[in-house]
Write a protein that binds this ligand. Structure first.
Ligand SMILES: *Cc1c(COP(=O)(O)O)cnc(C)c1O
Length: 390
């Protein structure tokens, strides 16, 4: 039998060999505190600033000083939204976001609504898209911040970020985007897209867990989230996570360099998987944009009517295949995915969802193995459930 098949890259990705090798010296040989004055510290500082430039180049940022290292996507989202909200609150207390954001954005906004801020949560269409017109109509004189994700983690929808940013700036508000799923999967350029803040996380593109970055355009005023030392130009206290930051720098550089090649490979595999499933299994709906080009290249989210996504997931797991039902963050919860509900799926169809997200190290043989195993699992489970075809 083959090794386990990993089709859950939206959950996390393995650290690449190149990234790991690049990180290793920074645990024991180059272990300085980047804030120390001595040579050991200065060497560490150099590595941190090198990684900052690597992230700058990967995002097309104007200056390395616009990149701040964090503990990951959740912290970056929290910081961008809370930091902007509190820094701008004398101008207004209205914030706009969408119904399909990651919980790191949605729960942050919910918390802010208990702190006197007013949140507008825009609905999306049946493919998960929010339009620039919707944003324009929702903008008010007291709108201080708009947060719309670049790509959705469950159904892969790509949002019209550039056009939305234009609408937001026309009304003088700040624009943040959660690009955690986008970086390393599609081209991202903070200047071309005109975003003021952008969140990314290393473990979604071959880097280590627990490290990410927030891009903050020069001149954007944010309150800090972490108080303490003077790290990150006094904006984010805490001794820099040196090996992780080095790993992030290498991972983001590699991901951008290999973007075209990886995208092509991953898209081919995803298309093969999607086509194969729809040919072999009746009564399957694809969740997300119907046109695969409107989705992240590695994303496939389906509802297998009549079944629970979790039961399919467990049978796939027994067969050595890792997938997900909805997002990893809500796995284990009984609530249907808020994203699938937002695109208009009923609770049963949402519960029937299975997400498979492919990565660069996946192979055609792995896709074919899933196509061999999945139809039998579905047929068996549907027989047990007494499912009759629609
Ligand atoms: C994974 C993810 C996050 C959270 O990132 P962490 O680094 O795991 O905290 C936020 N937003 C999106 C869209 C994600 O996919």
């Amino acid at each position: 039998m083959m090794d386990r098949i990993y089709f859950d890259h939206a959950g996390t990705t393995p650290v690449t060999e190149h990234v790991l090798n690049g990180m290793i010296p920074y645990f024991r040989e180059i272990y300085g505190n980047a804030s120390s004055i001595h040579a050991t510290g200065r060497t560490a500082r150099k590595a941190v600033e090198n990684a900052r430039r690597q992230v700058q180049h990967a995002l097309g940022a104007e200056n390395a000083s616009e990149i701040y290292f964090t503990s990951g996507g959740s912290e970056s989202d929290n910081w961008a939204i809370k930091g902007a909200a509190f820094a701008q609150k004398s101008r207004g207390k209205h914030i706009i976001t969408t119904q399909i954001e990651h919980h790191a954005v949605l729960h942050t906004c919910q918390w802010l609504s208990g702190q006197g801020f007013e949140i507008t949560c825009l609905p999306v269409d049946s493919e998960g898209r929010v339009t620039p017109e919707q944003v324009r109509k929702a903008m008010r004189d007291d709108t201080i911040l708009v947060s719309v994700m670049t790509a959705n983690n469950e159904i892969g929808t790509l949002e019209p970020i550039r056009e939305i940013a234009e609408e937001v700036h026309a009304r003088g508000a700040l624009f943040h985007t959660d690009a955690v799923q986008a970086v390393g999967a599609i081209p991202v350029d903070v200047q071309a897209e005109g975003v003021d803040m952008l969140s990314l996380s290393a473990h979604k593109f071959g880097g280590p867990k627990g490290v990410g970055a927030l891009y903050i355009r020069k001149g954007t005023v944010l309150d800090r989230l972490m108080h303490g030392g003077d790290q990150e130009r006094r904006m984010r206290a805490g001794t820099e996570n040196l090996p992780a930051i080095v790993g992030l720098g290498i991972a983001v550089t590699d991901a951008v360099e290999q973007l075209q090649e990886h995208t092509q490979h991953v898209r081919n595999l995803r298309d093969r998987l999607e086509k194969g499933i729809l040919e072999r299994i009746p009564d399957v709906l694809v969740n997300g944009p119907a046109c695969p080009d409107g989705r992240l290249p590695g994303n496939l989210n389906i509802s297998i009517l009549g079944l629970q996504g979790e039961s399919v997931l467990l049978r796939l797991d027994l067969a050595g295949i890792a997938a997900s039902s909805g997002s990893a963050c809500t796995a284990g919860s009984l609530d249907p995915s808020h994203v699938l509900i937002a695109i208009g799926r009923d609770a049963d169809t949402a519960h029937a969802s299975l997400r498979m997200t492919l990565g660069w190290e996946n192979t055609e043989a792995e896709v074919d193995e899933v196509l061999r195993v999945l139809p039998d699992i579905v047929q068996d489970l549907r027989r047990i459930q007494g499912y009759s075809r629609r």
